[in-house]
Design a binder for this molecule. Structure first.
Ligand code: NAD
Length: 365
């Protein structure tokens, strides 16, 4: 096939790679253990593609492919906007985590990761446990975000929450003219690992916090600990609030919820908060709701594992690096205003600009 014809391919898997800009996608299969995994390497201009491994019972292979492509692309932007020398990658393992996992299964996956010679670096994601990471690390050194018991950096959530908190403060600075959150009404949806630490920062500062979680136990614990208010799962979208902080699921900013929101700011930890990153980014802008791009303000976790990857991990240094989120977020919100574009688009533009510029430095013409 001639190059011209190749350029025109727009359907099938290569069509998706072309449209989303992926470098490489690796399909891994092992009959003996039943392992089926896909490693998506989106972009390695800035450095090796780092991103966690997610195990999920996908209903079909296309769903798994779509997930790995979408997630690995997101990692490229997250690393680039955070100023890290990392590219974007992600892996998905297809199947029921409760039925398929074994030492051999995870070690086989580790061998596949190792075969990429460090072009892809894996970490923990949904349905991966400490024991799984231990098995993977028996076969490859290209793994990070390990628990402290294995000499790693441990739980990244406090660093993520700190970054989200600072991102929220810099958004407040842009919108209210001051970054003080004293007396601001903040609704935190999801008080898991990140949400819980975020609530702590907010309460400490003097914000009026309302929480929601499907876990009654977690809600009860935080009400007792911090005296925060609570709200129902659906009512949260109609709440009279200054700031909405999605810290549970993705896609909570959509056709149904945006028209109901009464807040001035959306700033939270959840990945992929905008159901449609273009349409819903602009819907928020049209409603004069300022959105702190999720992939920027939740990058603390990535910053943390990057520090582990560099060696001589030090939590203080990781937290200091996460502080840059404040200024970067402010620059993005200003750029969005100047260019009259959504903050999501401004953040992607900035990330792409860095990849392009550093790429030119690395490959002089
Ligand atoms: P987690 O699993 O510890 O917490 C999620 C919480 O959300 C849980 O308490 C869960 O009960 C609750 N929840 C689930 N569905 C809900 C719903 N429909 N309504 C209300 N609450 C619901 O996860 P986490 O580590 O705190 O991460 C939270 C979000 O932030 C996720 O989207 C994650 O992808 C993202 N994130 C996390 C990190 C990190 O360092 N942990 C880094 C970047 C992004």
């Amino acid at each position: 096939m001639q190059v011209k014809e190749l350029e025109r391919v727009e359907t099938g898997i290569f069509g998706s790679l072309y449209q989303m800009g992926h470098e490489q996608v690796v399909f891994c299969h092992d009959e003996a253990t039943g392992l089926k995994a896909i490693i998506g390497i989106h972009n390695t201009v800035l450095g090796p593609a780092l991103g966690g491994t997610r195990m999920w019972h996908y209903t079909n292979e296309q769903e798994a492919i779509t997930d790995v492509l979408r997630l690995s692309r997101g990692m490229t932007f997250k690393a680039a906007i955070s100023g890290l020398n990392l590219g974007g990658g992600k892996a998905v393992i297809i199947g029921d985590a409760r039925k398929l996992k074994s030492e051999a299964f995870m070690r086989r996956f580790g061998k596949f990761v190792n075969s990429l010679n460090g072009k892809y670096i894996t970490a923990e994601d949904v349905n991966m446990k400490t024991q799984d990471m231990e098995y993977i690390s028996m076969e490859t050194k290209h793994v990070t975000g390990l628990p402290e018991s294995m000499g790693g950096s441990g739980d990244p959530s406090p660093v993520t929450a700190y970054g989200v908190y600072l991102g929220m403060k810099s958004t407040a600075k842009k919108v209210f003219g001051s970054d003080s959150l004293v007396g601001k009404k903040v609704a935190v949806q999801g008080v898991g690992q990140v949400g819980m630490h975020l609530v702590e920062h907010l309460v400490k500062e003097g914000a009026k916090v309302t929480i929601n979680d499907i876990s009654e136990e977690k809600v009860k614990m935080l009400v007792e600990k911090f005296g925060v208010a609570t709200v129902g799962a659906e009512e949260i979208f109609d709440l009279d609030m200054d700031i909405y902080a999605p810290c549970a699921l993705g896609a909570t900013l959509n056709d149904n919820t945006i028209p109901r929101l009464k807040c001035a700011i959306v700033a939270g930890a959840a990945n992929n908060q905008l159901k449609d990153e273009v349409k819903h980014g602009y819907m928020l802008r049209d409603k004069s709701i300022t959105y702190a791009p999720d992939f920027l303000i939740n990058a603390g976790g990535l910053i943390n594992v990057y520090n582990e990857f560099l060696g001589n991990y030090n939590r203080k240094r990781a937290l200091e690096q996460a502080e840059k989120i404040y200024q970067t977020n402010l620059s993005i919100l200003n750029l969005a205003d100047d260019e009259k574009i959504s903050s999501q688009e401004a953040a992607i533009q900035l990330a792409e600009k860095r990849i392009l510029e550093v790429g030119r430095v690395r490959i002089p013409r």
